[in-house]
Design a protein around this ligand. Structure first.
Ligand SMILES: [Zn+2]
Length: 168
């Protein structure tokens, strides 16, 4: 059983398990917007709670902060997936066989989703310890952490959720 989680602004945010939704409601972090039919869940103490179908967070949550919390740890395998195995220098069609640090390690750049991109061997060796600005290169996309699992589930899974469906 899944529950649609709305942001405080009533925009769909994620699909969560009913247990997660109940926890949010019982701890006062969300309110029930719609019940899931007439279903109830019984607590260990025998108290019945209506099963939520749609809940709304009491405070606005930004997608960015959700992603930040839910993003997997940085890994080379994850980087290859995020960058589609391609060199990230704009216009380059070669496979990204090496990992480049946007801010070079010699200048304090770290191993992170935001500072690492795939590059082909020739671009990486030409870049060396220079910054993209110094070289006048641009990237195909801004390096960001991949999305967490919470936002990958399709939102329009139940017909009675249609009224909450997003345009994008
Ligand atoms: Zn390249």
């Amino acid at each position: 059983m899944t529950v649609l989680l709305l942001n405080a602004s009533y925009e769909p945010l994620a699909v969560v398990s009913w247990k997660r939704a109940m926890t949010l409601v019982l701890t006062g972090r969300a309110e029930m917007v719609e019940q899931d039919g007439s279903r109830v869940v019984r607590s260990a103490g025998g108290v019945e709670f209506p099963l939520p179908g749609v809940v709304r967070l009491m405070q606005m949550v930004s997608f960015a902060s959700m992603r930040a919390k839910r993003s997997p740890n940085y890994s080379r395998a994850g980087l290859v997936a995020r960058d589609n195995g391609e060199c990230q220098v704009a216009g380059c069609e070669k496979p990204g066989s090496t990992v480049d640090h946007v801010i070079p390690r010699s200048r304090g750049g770290d191993n992170s989703w935001e500072n690492c991109v795939l590059m082909c061997l020739s671009h990486n060796s030409r870049k060396g310890d220079q910054s993209l600005e110094e070289l006048g290169w641009t990237l195909k996309q801004r390096p960001v952490a991949p999305h967490g699992l919470m936002v990958t589930l399709p939102v329009a899974r139940k017909s009675d959720w249609a009224q909450w469906a997003t345009s994008g």
